[in-house]
Design a protein around this ligand. Structure first.
Ligand code: ACM
Length: 629
């Protein structure tokens, strides 16, 4: 008995060590190479942080010292000169060509932490890795003096797979303030994203000051406030004040561009035309093919899907020369404000039903020999291409810009699956992959009975399968990939965070890490480590990965429940009698038939004997609808 107790104690001891070992080197995105060493480096009051080299590296070291000091209460500064300290963190340069412009090496031993890179970006990413190796308390805004500031010994070599590692934040459907955009940037950079795509103009709001077109923000930035369930809110009342919204002044934009650049993030501005242009035509109605006023979005649906068929004309008129003069003004100012080499012109989901009826469009088709509405849109895109390239910028658009003929220099952002990206790459055009099937972060991430309702679902394990280079495609045309957060239904930052994380972690690993380094069970461990870190940072995230996946099938006409899980070691329990299941209820092990008089299937998940996921209550009528889905 005594021997058994000793064996048990040893097992617990070693499994604890193993668990620590597992967590010790938890880095998202997974580095190219990471080898654990012996022991730890401990940050103490006598730790010296040294940065010779250029001013950017000194600034990175200074910001690191500041964050570490704030979280630890230790007063750490940065020294420019070499010291003989036996406990130092130092930044140095590397001539290793494999690191490229964004790579780094990080060598941690009990005596020192050495960060080596060719460029400042590499040093910045090394610091992001270092934060994940430090205890989670590094994310605390107030000093936690009780923590031990250990960094596990390791040798890391790391550089990105793709140069375009993006997140799209739609600030048009709901306006998010300049401070909130900065917060979004702060929350993406720990995972080595380097591109923020801002949707600045769409149907529901125009968000950027264009000095030569003041009505865009006097009119187009404001609408009546609607709360409640998305797409089910009250119809407009003419007396509703148009006071919900906002926009960024040009000074705001410059501030955001600098804030992002200081964190090695480029901002890609999107002005979505010729569809999704209700805010523009509300501001300047003569830009439409359809005469009369075009009220800014007031809450009621104005498009029928699929189609799309517009109920009110939300498009710019390709047959109107004033439209090109308007776009020239817009893109002149946009090009001056954003140093990034690309400008996104949208191009998606443009309804053609109003164009079909327009005499001006018919005349344009005749004059230019355009045989259908796709060619009308292609004519428009090619005119926009000329405007944008005249500003010394490159044009990028959603994959609809392929329809009717792709503009010669345009890059394509593939969103309707991978098809558009494959086609564009085969035509030797640059491509950014952002398919709905893997990276639409506005989709529900768990059972629709548990989530705020959106029309589609995308769970974490599916996002983790995102592979930016589809089979058979020449990788040299794939600039990279990005996750997209549309905000039709998302009006506050807590909800933004909930939709972003942890799926944003999965996208980050898909665009940074070597494909062969991706590993789902390891990723889940790291996600959980990051949940702890997000708790300290007070960032909201979804725990949807712990919820059961409930579907159904029919066998010999009988309805069967089929239950699955994302995490291998979850246990699933269920009830059929309306009571709340716990771990003493029936345990799911295979699909089972539902007696005809059962009204509700209730399901819950446990892990290691503790509740893990949320309870899902599925009316049998609802379950029937899931057959074959
Ligand atoms: C899109 O999601 N309409 C690009």
């Amino acid at each position: 008995m005594k021997r058994l107790t000793t064996v048990c104690a040893l097992l617990i001891f070693f499994s604890t060590i193993y668990a620590q070992e597992k967590l010790k080197l938890s880095v998202i995105p997974e580095p190219v190479s990471m080898v654990a060493g012996e022991g730890n480096f401990e940050v103490t009051a006598s730790t010296v942080i040294e940065a010779a080299g250029n001013d950017s590296i000194k600034k990175i070291a200074g910001d690191f010292a500041e964050k570490l000091s704030a979280a630890s209460g230790l007063k750490l500064g940065v020294s420019g000169t070499q010291s003989s300290s036996t406990n130092k963190i130092f930044f140095t340069s590397s001539s290793d060509k494999t690191l490229g412009t964004e790579g780094y090496t990080l060598t941690v031993t009990p005596a020192s932490v050495i960060i080596a890179s060719k460029n400042a970006a590499g040093a910045f990413y090394a610091v992001q890795t270092l934060y994940q190796l430090l205890p989670k308390e590094i994310n605390s805004k107030t000093a936690i003096t009780t923590a031990k500031w250990l960094i596990p010994s390791a040798t890391i070599t790391d550089y990105p797979r793709f140069g375009w590692r993006g997140l799209m934040f739609d600030v048009s459907r709901h306006f998010f303030t300049k401070e909130q955009v900065k917060q979004f940037i702060d929350e993406m950079v720990p995972y080595k994203y380097n591109l923020l795509h801002l949707t600045l103009a769409n149907d529901e709001g125009w968000r950027i000051e264009i000095k030569s077109l003041p009505k865009l923000t006097e009119v187009g930035a404001w609408r009546p406030k609607r709360e409640g369930k998305w797409a089910n809110t009250l119809n407009p009342d003419p007396n509703d004040p148009h006071d919900y919204g906002g926009f960024y002044t040009q000074d705001d934009i410059r501030e955001l561009v600098k804030y992002a650049a200081d964190r090695f993030v480029n901002i890609l501005p999107e002005i979505d035309v010729p569809g999704h242009s209700l805010a523009a035509v509300a501001s300047y109605p003569d830009l439409s093919c359809t005469p009369g006023a075009h009220p800014i979005y007031e809450g009621k649906p104005f498009m029928n899907w699929p189609g799309p068929v517009a109920l009110i004309d939300n498009t710019l008129c390709p047959a109107n020369e004033n439209v090109y003069a308007f776009l020239d003004k817009v893109f002149t100012e946009v090009a001056t404000l954003f140093p990034f080499q690309y400008i996104h012109m949208g191009g998606d989901e443009c309804p053609k039903n109003f164009w079909e009826k327009s005499a001006a469009i018919k005349a344009l088709m005749k004059k230019e020999g355009l045989k259908d509405q796709h060619e009308v849109q292609s004519y428009f895109v090619k005119r926009v291409e000329k405007i944008i390239t005249a500003k010394k910028k490159k044009i990028i658009g959603w994959d609809e810009i392929l329809e009717g003929g792709l503009a010669p220099s345009a890059a394509v952002m593939s969103w309707r699956g991978e098809k558009g990206g494959i086609e564009a790459a085969s035509m030797k055009h640059e491509v950014v992959m952002s398919p709905t099937t893997f990276v639409y972060l506005d989709y529900m991430q768990s059972d629709e009975l548990l989530e705020a309702h959106v029309y589609a679902s995308l769970r974490l394990n599916k996002t983790y399968q995102f592979e930016p280079v589809p089979p058979g495609v020449d990788a040299k045309y794939i600039l990279g990939g990005q996750g997209n957060l549309w905000t039709e239904q998302i009006g506050n930052m807590r909800y933004v965070q909930y939709m972003m994380w942890p799926r944003g972690l999965a996208v980050a690993e898909s665009v940074w890490s070597p494909k062969e380094k991706k590993n789902w069970p390891n990723f889940i461990n790291k996600v959980e480590n990051n949940f702890d870190r997000m708790d300290v940072a007070e960032i909201k995230y979804s725990r949807g990965m712990y919820d059961a996946i409930v579907s159904a099938k029919k066998e010999n006409g009988k309805l069967m429940a089929v239950i699955d899980k994302e995490i291998p070691d979850l246990d699933i329990y269920y009830s059929l009698d309306e009571s709340a299941p716990d771990k003493f209820y029936s345990k799911y092990d295979k699909p089972f038939g539902l007696p005809p008089d059962v009204a509700t299937l209730k399901v819950i998940t446990y892990r290691n004997g503790k509740v893990a996921g949320r309870q899902i209550n599925i009316p049998i009528k609802e379950l029937e609808k899931r057959v074959g889905k």
